[in-house]
Design a protein around this ligand. Structure first.
Ligand SMILES: Nc1ncnc2c1ncn2[C@@H]1O[C@H](COP(=O)(O)OP(=O)(O)O)[C@@H](O)[C@H]1O
Ligand SMILES: [Mg+2]
Length: 208
């Protein structure tokens, strides 16, 4: 899979000199982000502007208990091919357990999201269809009420940000808050617009 964030990119190497993460170990990676261990918290360096806004925007961001709690926002700390790189500190979460009720709940959410999305995008523009899929999760009475509220928050966010995101609900993007076993919607949207722009830049560079 194409990794928008490459640890060998000069822009990422420069961003890693930021005093908050200089010399720190990468503890996890995704397509857009690198996560740095900071003891009881983590630092997240990301090219995904939706992940950044979701966690940090004071007006449309999602701050209820089913989302990652952000502790410090360092903002835009660098650039890769003209795209900003963001850094924030947030609570440290754990992966879902391999089995049990939390994994079952997460799997149900992901399955429902996929079903709703494929139904809605047949009849609506892509973003409208995906936003409707999120809205359906907010009205799904088989989900705990606080999780429905979480998806209502996410629907508000998705309806307010500019287009360019895709729905990315799979089990690696749902995590657990270890203190009380809350299911956390860690990385629900992906910045497909930035990913595509970076993919084209890298492809062009490799032609020369
Ligand atoms: N708050 C966190 N605490 C601990 N690990 C995390 C946290 N957020 C993400 N991770 C780990 O980092 C990986 C990549 O993060 P993610 O937010 O999914 O970024 P991406 O947009 O690159 O997929 C996740 O799969 C997870 O293993
Ligand atoms: Mg992810």
């Amino acid at each position: 899979m194409f990794k928008a964030l490459s640890l060998t990119d000069s822009g990422i190497k420069a961003a890693r000199c930021h005093e908050a993460i200089a010399g720190k170990k990468v503890m996890a990676r995704g397509a857009f982000s690198a996560v740095f261990d900071n003891g009881s918290t983590v630092h997240k360096l990301t090219l995904d502007k939706y992940a950044y806004m979701l966690g940090t925007d004071q007006v449309i961001g999602c701050s209820s208990r089913h989302f990652t709690q952000v502790l410090h926002n360092y903002g835009d700390v660098g650039e890769v091919d003209g795209e900003p790189v963001y850094l924030f500190e947030c609570e440290k979460l754990e992966k879902l357990p391999k089995a049990g009720p939390l994994r079952a709940l997460a799997r149900r959410v992901c399955r429902q999201a996929t079903t709703h999305a494929s139904n809605h995008i047949r009849f609506h523009r892509q973003h409208e269809g995906l936003a409707l899929a999120i809205q359906e999760l907010s009205m799904d009475e088989s989900l705990p009420e606080t999780l429905q509220e979480g998806f209502a928050d996410l629907h508000k966010f998705a309806s307010n940000v500019e287009e360019g995101w895709g729905l990315d609900l799979h089990t690696a993007n749902l995590m657990v808050r270890p203190s009380d076993s809350t299911l956390v919607i860690s990385d629900p949207l992906a910045d497909v617009k930035t990913r595509d722009a970076l993919m084209i830049q890298r492809y062009k560079r490799n032609l020369h």
